[in-house]
Each structure stands twice: as C-alpha cells, then as structure tokens.
Design a protein around this ligand. Structure first.
Ligand code: C2E
Ligand code: CA
Ligand code: CA
Ligand code: CA
Length: 279
C-alpha cells in the first residue's frame, strides 16, 4: 500500500501516524493536567553583581503523576501548535500575579521583579493587553514589578500591533525584556521603536564566551547596544565564575544561571535569596 501514490504513502506512513497519535495524547494529557493542577511555576533568581537578587524568572514546571517532571521544551511547543498555550499562558500570568501580590506584603521579597515568558500566539491575541491589565488589577499585583519576556521572533511580526500593545502595557507600568537576543532576526529599527527595559543575552553566546571569539564579540555588541539605548542587559545561562567575570569585563553586571541558582519553588525562594544575598 505504501507505493500506490505520494499522498497515500504519506497518509499511511506508520511512523507519522504514531507521531500524530503521540501528539494528540500529549494534548489530552495537558488538558487533564490543567484541570488537575499539575502545573507549577518555579522561579530562577537573577543577580545584580556582586550578589543582589533583584528579580526572578518564572518558568513553568509539569509534575506528571507517572512520568515525573516533564520539561517545558517538550510540552510548550505542543501547546503552541494546538492553541492550548492561550489557556496555559493565562494561567501563568494569573499565577505570577498572585505570587507578586503575596510577595508585596513580605519585606524580604517586596522588591522582586517577576519576569514571565509570553508566547507569540498569546501576545497576538486581540485583547492581550487588556487581559494582563485586568489580571494585575484583580490580583492586586504591583504592575511595575511585572516583566514580560518577549522573543525576537515575536516582535518582528506586525510591528504596529506589537508597538501599540507594548505602549499600552508600558503606560500601565509593566516592564519588557527581550529574550534570546541575538539569535533571531535582529533589526535595530524595531528595538528603537519598542519600549523595552532590558535585553537578555542568549545562553548560546554565554556558553562559549571564553573559547569562541565571535560569541564574545556578539556579547560585547549587545552590551554596547544596551548602553547606547539606555537599556538594562542581563546574561542567561551563566554556569561558571570565569563566564561571569568575562561578562563583567565587558560591562554586563546582571546574571541568571545555574552558577547562582536553579529555578526553585516559591516556598524555597526565601532561603535561596537569603543565601545569595549573604555570599
Ligand atoms: P527560556 O525563556 O530561554 O528560559 C531559560 C531556560 O534556561 C530555562 O529552561 C532555564 O531553566 C534554563 N537555564 C537557566 N539557567 C541555566 C544555565 O545556567 N544553564 C543552562 N544550560 N540552562 C539554564 P526551561 O525551564 O527548561 O525552559 C525552557 C523554555 O521553555 C524557556 O526558555 C521558554 O522558552 C519556555 N518556557 C518556560 N516556561 C514558560 C512559560 O511559562 N510560558 C511560555 N510561553 N514558555 C515558557
Ligand atoms: Ca525567558
Ligand atoms: Ca532565554
Ligand atoms: Ca531559549
């Protein structure tokens, strides 16, 4: 049956059918997991040189009853393709805002900015800005402590629409950080037009910064660009002291990475921050 024609061969390809089944199964597992509250936000500290924790990035975690922890790299793409990301994304905004509101009453954590990842589909919803503002108001989260991480590939789609949404949220006090900077379709024109507060140097440049001259040069360029445009700059994926020192040498004083802390649950964050602030 496989050789009767291109289309049929494709339709009945057992490996493709298996992959499609697996995806559908994942989708229904995700739907079920949302109902069952199997998702959690963990928070990874961001450090201002030498040891002050200024902010955290919220990263979603899925505790599956049989499979254990499942990586977002596994389920986020399925959510994006199926549209489930809209519901999951709303849950992330809601949960992070509730956490921010709770921390705003806690002296040791009231200063923390919480950054959340926003996927393209989520951002491009017509009422995205309104949704976020409503959630901030409902939860009582301090708007100026909420930071949205957008990727380069997201912001190059329909710049007028992106600008108007960002302007509305920015006016409300919400911050923006440009994630994975340097990996995508860099255009300086959009950077100038959009109200970002911060650039994030992608971990792919940090990983090899000591050995690969061009990665170091790219990191230098991003830092210079941030300085010129009056933006903050943070490096992600910092795993060793020599990497942190190389970054400090080129003027980057904010870091996120396993060297300082892994993403951790909200309950554990107080101790971790106290430890980091002391070191
Ligand atoms: P990302 O936004 O680039 O997040 C940074 C990733 O780097 C996280 O992986 C984090 O755990 C990891 N990381 C942090 N420090 C280090 C380090 O020193 N070395 C290395 N090798 N990795 C480090 P994670 O949590 O597995 O998330 C993967 C991706 O999934 C994220 O990449 C983001 O694109 C997506 N994601 C995670 N949470 C959410 C969410 O709530 N919403 C959306 N839309 N996407 C999310
Ligand atoms: Ca991110
Ligand atoms: Ca990133
Ligand atoms: Ca990434």
């Amino acid at each position: 049956a496989k050789n009767t024609g291109k289309n049929t061969a494709c339709l009945f390809d057992p490996s493709m059918q298996k992959a499609a089944e697996k995806k559908l199964q994942r989708e229904s597992q995700i739907r079920y997991a949302m109902v069952q509250n199997q998702f959690e936000l963990h928070y990874q500290p961001q450090i201002l040189n030498p040891s002050r924790v200024t902010s955290v990035e919220a990263l979603i975690r899925w505790q599956h009853p049989d499979e254990g922890w499942i990586s977002p790299a596994d389920f986020i793409p399925v959510c994006e393709e199926s549209g489930l990301i809209l519901e999951l994304g709303e849950w992330v905004v809601d949960t992070a805002c509730q956490q921010l509101a709770a921390w705003s009453f806690d002296k040791s954590k009231a200063h923390l900015i919480v950054a959340i990842n926003i996927s393209a589909k989520q951002f491009h919803q017509k009422d995205f800005a309104n949704q976020v503002i409503k959630t901030v108001e409902r939860t009582g989260a301090p708007a100026e402590k909420l930071e949205l991480e957008l990727t380069e590939s997201l912001v190059v789609q329909d710049i007028n629409d992106v600008a108007s949404k960002m302007d509305e949220l920015r006016e409300y006090g919400i911050r923006f950080s440009l994630d994975d900077f340097g990996t995508g379709y860099s255009s300086l024109a959009y950077l100038k037009r959009l109200p970002f507060n911060q650039l994030k140097i992608d971990k792919s440049f940090v990983q090899d910064i000591l050995n690969d001259e061009s990665d170091l040069e790219i990191a230098k360029m991003i830092v210079a660009l941030a300085q010129t445009m009056n933006l903050e700059v943070i490096a992600e994926g910092v795993e060793t002291w020599p990497q942190a020192r190389a970054l400090a040498d080129i003027g980057c004083h904010r870091y996120q990475g396993f060297l300082f802390a892994r993403p951790i649950s909200a309950e554990k964050i107080t101790d971790t921050i106290a430890g980091l602030n002391q070191s």
